[in-house]
Design a binder for this molecule. Structure first.
Ligand SMILES: Cc1cc2nc3c(=O)[nH]c(=O)nc-3n(C[C@H](O)[C@H](O)[C@H](O)COP(=O)(O)OP(=O)(O)OC[C@H]3O[C@@H](n4cnc5c(N)ncnc54)[C@H](O)[C@@H]3O)c2cc1C
Ligand SMILES: *[C@@H]1O[C@H](CO)[C@@H](O)[C@H](O)[C@H]1NC(C)=O
Ligand SMILES: *[C@@H]1O[C@H](CO)[C@@H](O)[C@H](O)[C@H]1NC(C)=O
Ligand SMILES: *[C@@H]1O[C@H](CO)[C@@H](O)[C@H](O)[C@H]1NC(C)=O
Length: 660
């Protein structure tokens, strides 16, 4: 299957070695403790997608206050993990730095491990991601508030769709495509519904499509899927155009390291690179309920440099991403007492939710062979060409050289401007499985309304009751979501009609994993336990999605091109056979880990409140993809920016009151 995985699959499996690019010059860039000011007002841990958004806004709102971002990686400009298609067709260009994680073996998925990357540079994962720039549906965010329960519904701070939409709008500059492109491809959008911001984080449409791009669009249309005009405005059931996070003219990646750092020059905004935050620590005698903690840091470029503390006068904001935020909290003694004890860390506050509630998108693919279309692996194909160009043309050195030259033109053009592709379908469970969705939903509701002992088997032994309680609230919100005919449950993204794989992203997983300190070396990378399919109802949903995707092959468009299903293949028919296929073929991570410091009440296993303050301690907030209680049905970067924008507003509002 690997050989024939097509675009997305090849990208996912061919992430090569990291080589850094050119560091940019910026007055506020610090490399040594000796270059820092004695204290800062705000310290942000992690210069990634959400963290730099917060830093930019705080330094703008409070010109007399100082902001320090502490980042593990360096300032780099290099190709991200998914940057242009030449990656897998020749020697890889310099790739930006990233961590590579392999999860613990996943018992319910044949002991497979999840393979996950995380950006390790200024800009974080936005600087290495696939640039697919979509948002969840309105119902995904409404479910956050619902999962939080009455304690959160009565909060002044609202994280539902209406509470987030202004920040989604503010967080990007959308540039509409030219009239020529609109005519050529039929791009649609709706600025009042979705955009209107002017931040230097760009969202735009590629000037390029592979010649066979219409095949999949026509196929989905054959299935009767709706075609929304705009999919970033809250409603996105159907066939969607998805913009790319890139500059509208140069087609270069737009990311937080550029838009919220390099493009910003402000004397009160410092960035310390190549330093690891070890933990936050309250000075002796001050205690967890008086002032903000100190931030304990070590140099990565100069290991001889002793560990040092940096002082935040106002507060500390942790934005180290879904794996590292809970790691830093746990190293600080904020987390599940038992795993802290196992790692030899004294407990400051027993908060079982830190590192729990890990979610990600996962799923298998359906593969077909579409006769006249040249596959990636068959460049020697001598059949007459129905479509030209197709991705296999990048194996042709002349075409490859032309494509490179086109990408470097201003304005840029050619295949490299398409990144991963800019189309996806999003389908609700009632739409994908009209006959079976009610059974699935009622099983979820039964768990949501039943005793804790019914959900406990999905979690490791001795999981805290507050986590199980919160999980039941989440299930109840998910039952509402999955029974909504307008709320997508399945996503299939693609770049070209000749991509032989239709990936099946399960958008709203029911299974929960966790992140915890490596007990033998707490300073090293954390251990990930994905626990995919630990709730067996996820398998029911996978089967519903797969059966829907298999109907593709019988559409008039696919028939016209002689499509034949290769995988699962005709021999796989019963549910048991299909389930075996899912376990054998599924990818455990589509690179969207989240939710490990969830915004839920403490009584429901939560870590932060709607104000993003960590429960039970003073002076620490979290702002990144860990705070989401539930994974939205989208790729995450647009939500990471919106969460950063909203977090900044909450913080600014609060400090304005005390400082004026
Ligand atoms: C390979 C890949 C492909 C993806 N594809 C897409 C896509 O196509 N579209 C999309 O929308 N989303 C995509 N995503 C997901 C999206 O980019 C991320 O979910 C999002 O950017 C995460 O934002 P964040 O702020 O939570 O964390 P990040 O942006 O990851 O930032 C965390 C930062 O903290 C730093 N850090 C960590 N630990 C420490 C420490 N101890 N001390 C100091 N600094 C620390 C890290 O170096 C990093 O810079 C992809 C992600 C990856 C990795
Ligand atoms: C997974 O690994 C465990 C522990 O090694 C083993 O007991 C189990 O049989 C394995 N399961 C599968 C499906 O291979
Ligand atoms: C940082 O501060 C904590 C708390 O006061 C203290 O225990 C620790 O020794 C300090 N570390 C350094 C390197 O000064
Ligand atoms: C290779 O690409 C060039 C430029 O697009 C084209 O003219 C040529 O016919 C291609 N060769 C093959 C074998 O397809």
């Amino acid at each position: 299957m690997q050989r024939r995985m097509g675009f997305l699959g090849v990208f996912l499996l061919s992430l090569a070695a990291a080589v850094s690019g050119l560091p940019g010059h910026h007055a506020s860039l610090k490399r040594q403790v000796s270059q820092l000011r004695p204290t800062y007002d705000f310290i942000i841990i992690g210069g990634g997608t959400s963290g730099l958004t917060v830093a930019d806004r705080l330094s703008e709102a409070f010109p007399k206050k100082t902001v320090l971002v502490i980042e593990y990686g360096d300032v780099e400009y290099a190709y991200g993990s998914f940057d242009p298609p030449q990656l897998w067709l020749g020697p890889p260009p310099a790739q930006a730095s990233a961590w590579t994680f392999f999860s613990q073996p996943n018992p319910d998925v044949n002991n497979k491990t999840a393979f996950v990357k995380v950006g390790q540079l200024v800009g974080g994962s936005s600087a290495v991601n696939g640039q697919f720039f979509d948002r969840g549906s309105r119902f995904d965010y409404d479910a956050w508030t619902e999962a939080g329960g009455h304690e959160f519904r009565s909060s002044d701070i609202k994280w539902d769709w209406h509470g987030l939409l202004p920040y989604f709008k503010k967080s990007v500059t959308f540039t509409k495509p030219s009239a020529e492109l609109v005519q050529k491809y039929g791009y649609t959008w709706d600025i009042p519904a979705a955009y209107g911001g002017s931040t230097p984080i760009h969202s735009s449409f590629s000037p390029f499509q592979w010649a066979d791009w219409v095949i999949q669009r026509d196929t989905w249309r054959d299935l009767g899927l709706p075609i929304p005009k705009e999919c970033a405005g809250g409603d996105k059931q159907g066939i969607c155009w998805v913009p790319t996070s890139q500059h509208p003219v140069t087609a270069r990646r737009s990311h937080a390291g550029l838009g919220h750092y390099a493009d910003v020059r402000r004397p009160n905004y410092d960035l310390l690179v190549k330093h690891q935050v070890i933990r936050v620590v309250y000075p002796k005698g001050s205690g967890k309920s008086s002032s903000p903690p100190l931030v304990e840091v070590r140099s990565l470029s100069n290991p001889a440099q002793p560990v040092f503390n940096v002082t935040a006068k106002a507060e500390v904001i942790i934005s180290a991403g879904a794996f590292h935020t809970p790691t830093i909290l746990q190293r600080s003694g904020i987390g599940p007492a038992a795993s802290l004890a196992a790692a030899g860390i004294p407990t400051l506050i027993d908060l079982p939710g830190v590192g729990a509630n890990l979610q990600d998108h996962s799923g298998p693919g359906v593969i077909w062979n579409c006769n006249p279309i040249i596959q990636l692996t068959t460049i020697t194909d001598t059949k007459p060409r129905t479509f030209s160009p197709v991705p296999a043309d990048l194996l042709n050195a002349t075409y490859l050289a032309e494509a490179t030259a086109q990408f470097n033109e201003v304005p840029a053009r050619g295949p490299y401007t398409l990144a991963l592709g800019n189309t996806a379908i999003y389908v609700s469970l009632p739409r994908a499985a009209p006959a079976s969705f009610q059974t699935i939903v009622s099983k979820i509701l039964e768990l949501a309304n039943g005793p804790l002992s019914n959900v406990a088997p999905f979690f490791p032994p001795n999981t805290d009751a507050t986590i199980l309680q919160g999980y039941k609230s989440q299930l109840s919100a998910l039952a509402t979501l999955l029974s909504n005919p307008q709320a997508p449950s399945l996503e299939t993204p693609w770049a070209t009609g000749s991509d032989p794989t239709a990936w099946s992203f399960l958008l709203h997983p029911l299974s929960r994993g966790f992140v915890r300190l490596n007990p033998t070396d707490p300073l090293s990378q954390p251990l990930l336990d994905y626990r995919m399919l630990s709730n067996p109802l996820d398998m029911d949903i996978h089967l519903a999605h797969l059966k829907f995707l298999r109907t593709l092959v019988s559409t008039p468009t696919m028939k016209k091109y002689g499509a034949v299903e290769v995988s699962p293949g005709a021999a796989v028919q019963t549910d048991a056979q299909l389930a075996e296929y899912v376990r054998a073929q599924m990818i455990l991570s589509f690179q969207h880990p989240c939710c490990t410091a969830a915004m839920m009440p403490r009584s429901k296993g939560g870590v932060v409140g709607p104000d993003l303050k960590v429960h039970g301690v003073k002076g620490i907030r979290v702002a990144d993809m860990s705070v989401m209680p539930l994974l939205p049905g989208s790729h995450l970067s647009a939500t990471a920016y919106a969460v950063g924008e909203k977090a900044a507003d909450i913080i600014i509002d609060e400090w304005k009151k005390s400082w004026h």
